[in-house]
Design a binder for this molecule. Structure first.
Ligand SMILES: [Zn+2]
Ligand SMILES: [Zn+2]
Ligand SMILES: [Zn+2]
Length: 343
């Protein structure tokens, strides 16, 4: 796999690269010409300081492999995708497009509080007998590094599969957090089947028009999607969110007045769409919410073998009892969060 680390000045991306080298068998890939984002009024010293500190003399850090172009770096990693490679030299959106096309590439963004990054930067200046910038000046540089239309890396941040928030105050603390996190876990590169189908269910939920709650469902057999469903009013009726279901629009608590509700549940829609003939033995129902009682009895009747849900609802125990009695496996699976991971 190839891990690309991006992030602001002193966010800790080089420290993370070094950890991956020393503890997880990664090797650093570098570009010969460092195209750091350039800000014209920035002193040369500062520009240079943005790079990693040269620690090769301190530890037994192997020298990095250096490439003339982004293309040659990517070719190298593509031919050796089973190896472990890491780079901190990715800056441009256009480059990232090419990298993200590869199934072995993981983009990780590293961020940290600006006050802490400034402190780290000032310490770095101190070690080189350089005058550190004021916090205000550092903030102004940082804004331009992040948001400048031509050189800003904010667009990269947005596309990172993993986003780390590195507020650690020492290398020991950072290493301990990284050890627990295990960035080299191959599952980060490609969702497993549970993740894949649950994400499809969540995508279906986004089409929901029910005022009460967005729910999505996917029916699967032999790892193939048979049908999908989301909740809302039936065909040709006014959508729930446009006033179609008076009960849902009254905004009462969950479960109140269910018998007067005109909305079909996501599971019902998926079951109706597939039909009993196509469901057959061995079908798995993925739903982002644990099925309610009325859906549960329908699930039992059509011959579903397993129900997988991610979030609980307000009658999980009752649903579980019915599914158990019907001989249907029930398990909870929550896909990993994509938000910020605090180190
Ligand atoms: Zn509704
Ligand atoms: Zn309703
Ligand atoms: Zn239901």
């Amino acid at each position: 796999m190839l891990i690309g680390l991006c992030g602001g000045i002193c966010s800790g991306k080089h420290a993370i690269a070094e950890y991956l080298e020393q503890h997880q068998g990664f090797q650093l890939l570098e570009l010969k010409r460092k195209d750091f984002p350039k800000i014209t009024d920035e002193p040369e010293d500062v520009r240079w300081l943005q790079g990693s500190e040269d620690t090769s003399k301190e530890g037994n850090r192997p020298s990095p492999l250096v490439f003339e172009t982004v293309g040659s770096l990517l070719d190298f990693a593509t031919k050796r995708w089973q190896g472990r490679w890491v780079t901190t030299d990715i800056w441009e959106s256009a480059t990232i497009d090419r990298f993200l096309q590869r199934p072995f590439f993981l983009l990780i963004n590293v961020d940290a509080p600006i006050s802490l990054r400034w402190k780290r930067f000032a310490e770095r200046c101190g070690r080189r007998q350089l005058e550190p910038p004021s916090l205000e000046k550092f903030v102004l540089w940082n804004d331009r590094h992040l948001y400048d239309k031509t050189i800003g890396y904010a667009s990269l941040t947005d596309r990172a599969q993993v986003r780390l928030f590195n507020s650690t105050s020492s290398l020991e603390e950072l290493h301990a957090a990284l050890k627990t996190l295990d960035l080299a876990d191959e599952e980060r590169l490609r969702p497993n089947w549970d993740q894949y189908f649950m994400q499809l269910a969540s995508l279906a939920a986004q089409r929901s028009n029910c005022m009460k709650r967005r729910v999505g469902c996917v029916l699967v057999r032999e790892r193939r999607v048979i049908s999908t469903g989301y909740n809302g009013t039936p065909r040709h009726l006014t959508n729930c969110n446009e006033g179609g279901c008076p009960r849902c629009n009254r905004g009462e608590g969950g479960g109140v007045g269910l018998s007067t509700c005109l909305c079909l549940h996501a599971e019902e829609n998926a079951l109706l769409e597939a039909g009993r003939e196509r469901i057959r033995e061995g079908a798995i129902l993925y739903c982002d919410t644990c099925p309610c009682l009325t859906c549960t009895v329908k699930i039992a009747q059509v011959g579903i073998s397993e129900v997988v849900y991610s979030q609980g609802y307000n009658m999980d125990q009752d649903s579980a009892a019915i599914l158990e009695a019907a001989g249907i496996r029930l398990r909870q699976f929550s896909p990993p969060q994509n938000g910020l991971i605090y180190l």
